[in-house]
Structures are given as structure tokens and as C-alpha cells.
Design a protein around this ligand. Structure first.
Ligand code: TRP
Length: 363
């Protein structure tokens, strides 16, 4: 059995650097590692509609944004299959059968869904589609027989639920599905990058994101006005690095060679942190350092984005071809699922014959 990746994002906005360190960068590394036989990257528009039913235009507009973000980060259509969820009808069919294997109370226990319900003030009126999206996510993953699902920490409950569905399906109907493993980011700071204002999460509505498509000036402005330690007022004051967004970002982005290139007075991040903690190191200096690192990381992404932006029909063509390929794979899995469930009546000629004999005997 091959090693297969499936992952994806809801197209509800442009992707930001939290997505980048949390998953996109890793995806590109996995793509280039040559370790995987197939890599499927899905734009989860159908899932986005589960809480945006009244705003399909938002989802529609963001499909191209997310696709541009993917391509500009270095995902290569020759090495991975980029596709749009809603174009694969087999996913809804699989979801319908999986629904029989999950209880309402099990869905209610899903901590990510729980917090999303609270965030959206859905408590008294949860759309059924939203409530059941973990099941549809199990369909996304199993349709491609994914062995590996690289995602952020918040997706852990979805993968666990998928594994439960797979085990239940296989134990009832026979082994037709593959149990996937989650692949979390290995750098702790990358698990969930805070917003530039220090709030726990980057979110469009909070206006605290640095987007992959931001210009050099926008990035600089956001970095220079980032939340640090509110008690670090004078340069000479001792400062705190825990909960200090600039240092959290450095934990996520700083790599070997960055000090030599941009801040040769220090050997490494520990030394910089020690100085900050002792006092005598100003925020502006640390922010400039972070800005240099971010710009270097984002510049090639911006360049590639410009190239793809000049060729939007090509990007849609990539998604179309990817969706056709994805559909063929999902169709095969669905066939196997229907066979296992014995709802493949017209293909099961033995069964038809057997039925014929049975009724003949009754005459
Ligand atoms: N839930 C994911 C998100 O919010 C998107 C997604 C949908 C997904 N289906 C998936 C991720 C299957 C991994 C695997 O970003």
C-alpha cells in the first residue's frame, strides 16, 4: 500500500503566515521529499458552505485566492493534485453512508465543532450540515485512501473521528477503508501562530493577520506595530519573551544563518532572548530582525503569486484537471465501499442469479 497524503483548507479568506508555518510550508517539504506516492490538496468549498450557506459568493471568490496561495508557496501541480471538493460528488455519497456509523452524541463531543458552534453563535440553531462536517471530512480523507493527513492541532478531533468511522466501517462491512494518521507541525510555535495583536489566533475578523499576499510595506507595518511585552517600556527595562508575539514569531520563523545575515551581534535566539530578559534590548531592533526574516521568506512567494495572477485561466485549468483526477480516484473507493456494503446490485451477477433461483424454487 502506498503512502498517500490528503489535506485541505476552507476557502473563506486568503491564507496567512499562520497557515504557512502551520501547514503550507510543510506540505511543500513533503511534496519535495519524494516519500509519498500521491498528494491530494483540496479546496474545501463544500465544507466552507456549511457555515456560509448565505454567502456562497465569498466562498466562490476565495477559491482562486487559496489556489494562488498554494501555487505561490511552491505546491507544484506536477507533483500534487489540487482540486475542489464540491466537484467530487462521490464525497457526498460516502458521507451519507458514514452518517449511519456516527451518533449525534459523538458529534456533540467533538471539541473543535463545539468551540466553532460557540464562536458562530450557533448554539440554538446549528445547521445540520455544519454539525455533520466531521463526517464529510472523514469522506474526504478516506475517498483517497489517505495514510497521512498533515493538519494543525485543531483538526485532531476530525482525524480521530475519521479513524473511528474507518474502524467501524471495516468491522461491519470488511476492510475497504484505510485508517489515516495525523501529521502535526513539529515546531511548537508553529502549532498555532498568534495574531499580530497577541490574541490566540490569527483571524480575518480581528484584523490581526499577516497575509501571504501582503506587500512588503504591509508586512513591515504590521511587524513594527506588533504586540510585545506591555511592561517593556524603556529599552533598559527587563522584558518578557513568553507571550511576546515578536518572539513567538521568531520561534516559528528564525532559521540557521538568519543571525549571521541580519543580526550578527548575536549567535542565536537564546542569546537574543537572554538579552531581552535582562534589559537593554529594544523592541524595534527585534522587530526589524523579524521583518528581515519574514520578508526573505515571503518575497519568493510574492514573486510567484504575481506570475500566477497574470495567468488566472491556467490556475482554473490546474484545478479542473486536478478535480478530474480526484474524481476518478474517489469513484474507485466508492465502488469498493458499495461492494463491501453489498449495495452494488447490478454488478453482483452471482447475487442476481441466486435471487433468480430462489424465486424459481417458489413457483
Ligand atoms: N477542516 C479543514 C479546515 O478547516 C479543511 C478540511 C476539509 C480538511 N476536509 C479536510 C483538512 C480533510 C484535512 C483533511 O481547514
Amino acid at each position: 500500500m502506498g503512502k498517500i497524503i490528503l489535506t485541505g483548507d476552507r476557502p473563506t479568506g486568503k491564507l496567512h503566515i499562520g497557515h504557512y508555518v502551520g501547514s503550507l510550508k510543510r506540505r511543500v517539504e513533503l511534496q519535495n521529499s519524494g516519500e509519498f506516492d500521491e498528494i491530494f490538496i483540496m479546496i474545501a468549498d463544500a465544507q466552507a458552505l456549511t457555515d456560509n450557506a448565505d454567502n456562497p459568493e465569498k466562498v466562490r471568490q476565495n477559491i482562486i485566492e487559496v489556489a494562488l496561495d498554494y501555487l505561490s508557496c511552491g505546491l507544484d501541480p506536477k507533483k500534487c493534485t489540487l482540486f475542489i471538493q464540491s466537484q467530487i460528488p462521490q464525497l457526498t455519497e460516502l458521507s451519507f453512508y458514514y452518517m449511519n456509523l456516527v451518533t449525534v452524541s459523538r458529534l456533540q463531543r467533538n471539541p473543535t465543532v463545539k468551540s466553532e458552534i460557540a464562536m458562530r453563535n450557533f448554539e440554538t440553531s446549528i445547521p445540520v450540515g455544519f454539525f455533520t462536517y466531521p463526517i464529510s471530512q472523514a469522506a474526504d480523507i478516506t475517498a483517497f485512501k489517505a495514510t497521512t493527513v498533515p493538519v494543525g492541532e485543531d483538526q485532531e478531533p476530525m482525524i480521530e473521528q475519521t479513524r473511528e468511522i474507518v474502524r467501524k466501517f471495516n468491522s461491519i462491512y470488511g476492510d475497504a477503508l484505510v485508517e489515516p494518521d495525523i501529521l502535526l507541525p513539529d515546531n511548537k510555535a508553529c502549532l498555532r501562530l498568534p495574531g499580530t495583536d497577541g490574541k490566540a489566533k490569527m483571524s480575518k475578523s480581528l484584523g490581526n493577520c499577516i497575509y501571504l499576499s501582503d506587500t512588503e510595506e504591509e508586512v513591515k507595518k504590521k511587524v513594527m506595530s506588533m504586540y510585545t511585552d506591555p511592561n517593556h517600556i524603556q529599552v533598559s527595562d527587563p522584558g518578557q519573551v513568553e507571550g511576546n508575539t515578536v518572539f513567538t514569531y521568531l520561534d516559528a520563523f528564525c532559521k540557521e544563518g538568519d543571525f549571521e545575515k541580519y543580526l550578527p551581534d548575536y549567535k542565536n535566539l537564546d542569546e537574543l532572548k537572554d538579552h531581552y530578559k535582562r534589559g537593554g534590548l529594544g523592541d524595534v531592533k527585534v522587530k526589524r530582525f523579524l521583518n528581515s526574516i519574514l520578508q526573505a521568506e515571503l518575497e519568493p512567494i510574492r514573486q510567484r503569486r504575481k506570475e500566477y495572477e497574470a495567468n488566472i485561466p491556467y490556475v482554473y485549468q490546474v484545478l479542473k484537471e486536478g478535480s478530474q483526477k480526484a474524481e476518478a480516484v474517489a469513484a474507485q473507493t466508492l465502488q469498493g465501499v458499495k461492494e463491501a456494503m453489498k449495495i452494488n446490485y447490478f454488478e453482483d451477477l452471482d447475487f442476481i442469479e441466486e435471487q433468480a433461483r430462489k424465486y424459481k424454487g417458489q413457483e
